[in-house]
Design a protein around this ligand. Structure first.
Ligand SMILES: [Fe+2]
Length: 212
């Protein structure tokens, strides 16, 4: 299954935009460092339950992130991170909650995989931008071949990356972002955002799951 139409209604998309505006953040109130943990509140447990009901019964949610992207990232897999090593990783669900009125956004899924969450960001010339918990790997460590990357796909979607650094990668599928529709891929598959110009318009919810 590659997609779920209307995963969120328009109101559902708006709820996540509101939630993003009140998400936990630490602030110095002049007396103490205060962190509001809204995700620990019962209303978010209710929300998680609703999300879970949209998903196949043999999958459970491990992560929910809200992303406001102002730059196209590097190539990575959403595999396990150190603390989740024993997880049977399942799927990534990416649901746009805000899109541009004119510009189209895409996410490119590759055939190549890694069960551990890794990125090629440094190898692609992006340094450590976009990295929080994922491990950097080089082309050599991963063992990518020297076969040139599809030039047409590169020119249409990936001009923010170094063409040569893409050698050995092949495309499995290209997702087009549609408000509220979930784009789905196996967590181990490498993927990347296509390049985009409007840095202020797009936001999404990312859900990752594991098999129960
Ligand atoms: Fe990802």
């Amino acid at each position: 299954m590659r997609k779920i139409g209307n995963f969120f209604t328009k109101q559902g998309c708006d709820w996540y935009k509101w939630y993003h505006s009140v998400l936990p953040e630490t602030r110095d109130n002049g007396q103490r460092l205060l962190t509001m943990t809204h995700y620990a509140q019962p209303f978010f447990a209710k929300k998680l339950k609703q999300l879970q009901e949209h998903l196949p019964q043999n999958e459970e949610i491990t992560t929910v992130n809200i992303n406001f992207d102002y730059s196209a990232g590097g190539i990575h897999s959403d595999g396990y991170i150190e603390l989740d090593e024993d997880d049977k990783i399942a799927k990534s669900y990416l649901i746009p909650i805000s899109v541009d009125a004119i510009e189209k956004y895409y996410t490119i899924i590759f055939d190549q995989t890694s069960h551990r969450a890794v990125t090629f960001n440094s190898a692609l010339g992006l340094g450590s931008k976009g990295i929080t918990t994922y491990k950097q790997v080089t082309r050599e460590e991963y063992g990518l071949s020297d076969t040139p990357f599809d030039k047409k796909v590169y020119e249409k979607y990936l001009t923010h990356l170094d063409y040569n650094a893409l050698r050995g990668l092949t495309v499995d599928y290209i997702h087009e972002w549609k408000l509220g529709d979930a784009m789905i891929w196996p967590r181990e598959n490498f993927h990347v955002s296509a390049n985009f110009t409007n840095k202020n318009a797009r936001a999404s919810v990312l859900i990752t799951t594991r098999y129960t």
